[in-house]
Structures are given as structure tokens and as C-alpha cells.
Design a protein around this ligand. Sequence first.
Ligand code: NAG
Ligand code: NAG
Ligand code: NAG
Length: 483
Amino acid sequence: MMASPIAFYFSISFLSYVSLFFLLCSSKNGYALGGGERKTLQRYFHTVQVNSLLPVSVCSPSTKDKRNGASLKVVHKYGPCFHLNEHNTESAPTVTEILRRDQSRVNSIQSRLRRNSLKESKATTIPANSGNSIGTGNYIVRIGLGTPKKDLTLIFDTGSDFTWTQCQPCFGSCYQQQDPIYDPSLSSTYTNITCSSQQCSQLSSATSFDPRCFTNTCFYGIEYGDSSVSQGFFGSETITLTPSDVFPNFLFGCGQNNTGLFGGAAGLIGLGRDPLSLVSQTSSKYGNYFSYCLPSTTSSSGYLTFGNGGGSSNGSSLQFTPLLSNSQASSYFFDIIGIKVSGQTLSISKSVFETAGSIIDSGTVITRLPPAAYDALKTAFRDQMKQYPMAQALGLFDTCYDLSKYNSVEIPQISFLFGGNIEVPLIANGIIYAVSASQVCLAFAGNSAASDVGIFGNVQQQTLDVVYDVAGGKLGFGSGGCS
Ligand SMILES: *[C@@H]1O[C@H](CO)[C@@H](O)[C@H](O)[C@H]1NC(C)=O
Ligand SMILES: *[C@@H]1O[C@H](CO)[C@@H](O)[C@H](O)[C@H]1NC(C)=O
Ligand SMILES: *[C@@H]1O[C@H](CO)[C@@H](O)[C@H](O)[C@H]1NC(C)=O
């Protein structure tokens, strides 16, 4: 029997999305009539070769210099740079499924932040604690755990705080992962955290669940927005980021009952602001400073670097915006203040972005904007794209085009304006999301309510150097950090 045409369609589609557009970005001089006189207008485009929407199955890691500090290679968890072994039955999800999970994550982030703002305003009732944490991101790094060290591939996530990996013996279930499952009994440096210890009590804020106690050993549980779950013993262990960056007594979850869609990764690294996050636990060495670049295709690589090491990402083109501290939330709040399409700043009143504020998140896929901001963006984008036939909407995406009849298309350039009035241009892959050549969509979505927090997601962050100078209270952006 033939494979279902729908399944086939979606597997091709996913590969199309991940393949690299061949890009030429240009600013052209055009002419327009205005006030009876001829004016020169700058029009800004990305020229995208549509026929380069080819599946990519070869890993071509970035050859760019790594940054100062402890640098790890970042790849996409469903890409060819992270080979799944034959025992791994989890295949890459369809675009529809990616968007559905992304919405679950966003719902969970937004409900957590609403709950935190209730706490801040000293509201009397706080809803019961469920779905409080958030789902998994897409990008993975390899770090070493234990003595002797075992290398593990973990998803990193700025939207959560707790680090865990699957551990032997699995007593509920463990999902399939690429690396052998970590066995703490083979490490000379693993210790259990006791129930009475101060560390055990830190779990409540890092996991959003109160710890439990088994034979005086502290037992954690964490549940993500997409219903993924990890439970197990809370332990302390040596982690090795690079040969010269080794941290004894790192607190993490030794997960013995784990379910979810982790794409063959062995667990997760939490890079939020909570005291148990990896950023906080390594702050004596790195000063709460880390940076990353997320590659634009599943076949290329970026970096995750801890510490500033005396010179940030080449120092060349970084621009900084303030990181806002929100005492209750471990999220990274900052200000989006405007959006430019084809060089024109959209008319969006300041209060639209100020109402709920914005966070940056490495795990949310598609940027979420306040409804009024999204409407303005969509209108301007459609106006610039009106020469192309529209296509069916897909999930979150309501502005899609059929570009299958074109060799190349011109996509309006989009840049974001952040607090401090810095302008961050997006690459074409950060503007459009190709489901297939006949369904290429504007890669943004509007929140359903003006009171929902805005989220600057990972599609838009691709190839940017993103610097989290948490101690310095600022977030940096630079272009061309990876490919
Ligand atoms: C494993 O976790 C699942 C989901 O939370 C739970 O239903 C199950 O009871 C757990 N298994 C054990 C042995 O604790
Ligand atoms: C950690 O605690 C669990 C449960 O009490 C126990 O089975 C395991 O052997 C302990 N591990 C170590 C290294 O003490
Ligand atoms: C920064 O990068 C550019 C381009 O790769 C290079 O020419 C320049 O020398 C670098 N600057 C520093 C300070 O390393």
C-alpha cells in the first residue's frame, strides 16, 4: 500500500520549511508620485529564490568562529545534525503539529504570567497549580554529566528553569533517546538531595510543583504546557560544559518517569531567571551572562555560550535594549516598541505594546503580538505582497501565499524596534514560514487578547546573536551570528 498522500505531503512540507532560502537582500530605488512631485523612495526587499525550497538532509555546521567563554554547538532537534538512531521512533512533527504545540506552550506561558501578575497585585485567590510550566524548545546542545563524564544531548530553553535528564532505573516510563540513559550509580559524584535540605524547598518555584519525599530523598515533578512530564529524584552532580568549565554540585532532576515529545533529546536545560536555572547556578563563573545564535535551517548550527569572556560576540554590531525585571516571573521581559515594514514604521500606539509587555523566549516558535500590532503588520505585509496570489490559511497563520509559479519573489523587509530605540532587522526566514512553495505564510500570530503578553519567538531570532546580560540588565542583538 502507498503511504498516505497527506503524510507524504507534510513530511515534504516540513523539510521545505527547514531548507534555506537563497537570499539576496536589497534596497532598491523606486519612484512614486507624492504631492504633485516626484520623490525618490527607498523600498526594502528580500529577494527569495522560491526554487531553492529543497529538502535539506545534510548537516553543514557553521564554520564561524566560536565566541569567547564556554561555547556549545547548537543544532535543531529534528535536523540532520542530530542523527536519530534506528530505535528512535519519534519522527519530525508536521507543521500543523508544530503550530499546535507552539500554541499550547504560549497558552501556558500566558496563563503563568497572568497568574504572576495576580500575585503581584495581591489578589486573594490564586488558581490551582497546573500546566504552570512550559513545553519544550527546538534547539539542542551537548553537555557532560557525572564522573566519569557522559555526554548528553539536551534541549535548552530560556522559558523554563529546571534542568533534568532521564535516569536509570526508569520506573514509570522513559521515552526513546539517542544517548544511553544516564545511570547515576555509575558516577562517583552523584548525590541525592535530602527532603529537609534548603535545596529541596527551592523546587517549588523552579518546577511550579511542590517536591515530595521518598525515603528521605527529595522527589521532583514537572509538567509542561504540552503535557510532557518528568518526575524523579532531585540530585547533585558534576556537569561539564567544556573541558575547562566544570561545575561540581550542580542541582538537577534525575528523571525516572518521563513522557513527552523531546525528539530524542535526553532532557532539558532551563535557562530562566530562577535560582535553580543553569544560568543562576553557574553565575559565580559566568556572571549571569549567556548568548546564543539559533541557526536558520535544521542543517546548520549555531552556538550557546556562557559568560562574556572579556569580549562578547565580536563586539562589532551588538545593540542593547533594557531587560526588565519582573519580580515574580522568571521570564525575560523587554520592550517591543514598534515594527517597520519596508522601511516604514507602522502606526501602532505605544499603549498597544505596553498593555501586557513582551518577553523573549528561545522555545516559542512563532512571535505573538498584541492583536492591534498584528493587524497593522498583516495589513502592511499584505499590501506589499498584493502582486502574489494568496493561499489557504494554516493554523495560526492567516496570511499565506501560493508562490509555486515564481522563480523568485520579493518579500518586504521587516525590522523590530526595541526599548532604547534599537532596530533589529529580521532575515527572510524570520518573516515567512514556508509550509510548501504553494503555502508560504507570514510567520507571526496575533494574541487573542490585548492583555496577553507578547512573545518574541525563535523563528524571528534565527541567525541573530542574542546576548542575555542578566546582571547588566540588558539584552543584546546583533546580525549574522550564525547561518
Ligand atoms: C509516571 O507519570 C505518569 C504521568 O504523570 C503517572 O500517571 C504515572 O503514575 C507515573 N508512574 C509512576 C510509577 O509513578
Ligand atoms: C537516591 O535515592 C534513591 C531513593 O531513595 C535510592 O534508590 C538511590 O540509591 C539513591 N542514590 C544514591 C546515589 O544515594
Ligand atoms: C569581527 O568580525 C569581523 C567579520 O567577521 C572581522 O572582520 C573583525 O576583525 C572582527 N572583530 C574582532 C574585534 O574580532
